[in-house]
Unconditional design. Structure first.
Length: 125
């Protein structure tokens, strides 16, 4: 593991520990894969979590997305910092933001599950 990879892991462990644990342990092979498979894996994994766990992960995911909104190393950070395996399909149209688009799918899945229980749920800042 390179120094940059170790630093990304340590940063994620400090800033987004619940998101890191969820992505690296529950869905690491699906985030960069087929979108339909990702959504199915997210639904199954989210169903196993209680409300507070989902709320914590959703809040951390929102903070992650905000942190990387204007950066272009999101794919590497997803891979090295959050334990996601694989590579995104090559798409030169907005390639730097593809990792964030996948992160948004994760976030939206959590929010939908939370709002099914509490109408209008919002993540903690």
């Amino acid at each position: 593991m390179s120094r940059a990879e170790r630093e990304r892991w340590a940063r994620a462990e400090e800033a987004w520990p619940n998101l890191q644990a969820f992505l690296s342990q529950r869905v690491p092979d699906h985030v960069f894969g087929n979108m339909k498979a990702l959504r199915a894996e997210l639904d199954a994994a989210i169903a196993e979590l209680d409300f507070d766990q989902r709320a914590d992960i959703a809040s951390e995911c929102r903070n992650f997305l905000q942190s990387f909104k204007n950066q272009y190393d999101d794919r590497e950070f997803l891979r090295d910092g959050l334990g996601v395996r694989g590579e995104l399909p090559i798409d030169d149209r907005g390639r730097g933001q593809l990792g964030l688009a996948r992160g948004k799918v994760v976030y939206d899945s959590f929010v939908a599950s939370l709002r099914a229980e509490v109408e209008g749920w919002q993540p903690a800042s």
